[in-house]
Design a protein around this ligand. Structure first.
Ligand SMILES: [Zn+2]
Length: 385
């Protein structure tokens, strides 16, 4: 091939592959894969495994009891000893239960491919597949081993896969996360908030509101006062939010309630803010004498701080420019598995997957013309890493 820059070479190889990419995406999307339905997810896992096996890559299926099996695909550089490892991380589970495909069939219309899980994030897996194919075709001598890991429970907190991808991340020099990009320009996600959930239960004492009000301890009043206190911890400028999303308590108006409960959503951009929010929450003490607080939970995913992405983003940007593309970056409030790998201290670049919109909604879609570009970008990142 000519001596044009690598990303351009890849783009030239990948552009004519769009129809094949869409056919593969159709197969992946038609095999529905809800996080909570193991049998269906396993069928999708087989469909994905088959495509990767066809490339001659080493495909390992890691069995899970409750969730869909995990796929680990290893591409080692030819004869030479690898001088490190790159991890490509993503998930094939979706938030849509089986049968959604009947209402939301896969279709391509006006440059967009629609269907459950297209954007989040089956198109990302397709792009990675074709990126590897392009690397093989271009016969680029790789320095590092590439591991692709496709998990099945990202949408429900990654309990069944976390250990596996954390172990793999520990062995890696960088992690590329193929979660969807943001907005029509396809911004990469260089910072993500940490996300958590906590429950605050107030135990009071029941009594007749009319006959013996002095004997009661009103759990709802106590909860309301605690929430007024907690609300002040919000700091939008620092990216700290705490949201009481659910409350419940009480039985009848003439009964002083003995129990009230709130479920809180917690978010923070910095690890230090995450820790201090958790500390403050667990340090809450009752304001009413006799009331008792029960506080559980905390952050499930730590923040992905921008410093963990900065160098990789600069590199990705310089590769993209060689294809005359300009990459942008953004900070998002939601977490992904990239939050976990970044928290281990491994450089992590997220949002490298599809460009599109409507994740978790009926108009979920990807912009098909961007698929070869994003695949070329990933191929270049993996070749030069
Ligand atoms: Zn996702």
């Amino acid at each position: 091939m000519s001596d044009s820059p690598l990303p351009k070479k890849f783009l030239r190889l990948l552009k004519p592959r769009l129809a094949q990419m869409l056919a593969t995406l159709r197969r992946f999307v038609t095999a529905e894969s809800p996080s909570l339905e193991k049998a269906a997810a396993d069928r999708c896992c087989s469909v994905i495994a088959e495509e990767w096996s066809r490339l001659g890559a080493r495909v390992e299926r890691i069995a899970r009891k409750q969730r869909g099996d995990i796929l680990r695909i290893i591409h080692a550089p030819g004869k030479s000893r690898p001088s490190g490892q790159l991890l490509v991380l993503g998930h094939y589970d979706t938030v849509y239960s089986t049968g959604t495909i009947a209402r939301m069939p896969f279709r391509v219309d006006a440059g967009k491919a629609y269907g459950p899980g297209t954007f989040d994030m089956k198109a990302g897996i397709v792009q990675a597949l074709f990126a590897l194919q392009a690397i093989q075709q271009a016969e680029i001598p790789l320095r590092k081993r590439i591991v692709f890991l496709w998990t099945s429970d990202e949408e429900i907190g990654s309990e069944a896969s976390r250990k596996i991808f954390e172990t793999e991340a520990h062995r890696s020099d960088a992690v590329f996360v193929l979660e969807p990009s943001f907005g029509p320009r396809g911004l990469l996600k260089t910072a993500r908030k940490g996300v958590g959930e906590a429950e605050l239960i107030v135990h009071g004492r029941a009594s007749h509101a009319g006959l013996a009000p002095q004997e009661g301890i009103n759990a709802i009043h106590e909860l309301a006062r605690q929430l007024a206190r907690i609300e002040k911890w919000n700091d939008l400028r620092r990216g700290v939010t705490i949201n009481a999303g659910v409350i419940e308590g009480g039985t009848r108006t003439n009964v002083i309630p003995e129990r009230a409960r709130a479920v809180l959503d917690l978010r923070a951009l910095r690890v230090s803010d995450m820790r201090s929010l958790e500390r403050r929450l667990h340090a809450l003490r009752p304001l009413q004498r006799g009331a008792r607080l029960e506080i559980t939970g905390g952050f499930g995913r730590p923040p992905l701080e921008r410093k963990m992405s900065a160098a990789l983003f600069t590199h990705a940007n310089s590769l993209a420019r060689q294809m005359h593309l300009r990459l942008g970056e953004c900070t998002v409030g939601g977490g992904s598995d990239g939050n976990f790998t970044a928290a281990l201290g491994i450089p992590t670049l997220d949002g490298l997957g599809a460009v599109g919109d409507g994740a978790h909604s009926s108009h979920e879609h990807v912009l098909i013309n961007t698929m070869p570009q994003r695949a070329a970008l990933l191929a270049a990142l993996l070749s030069e890493g």
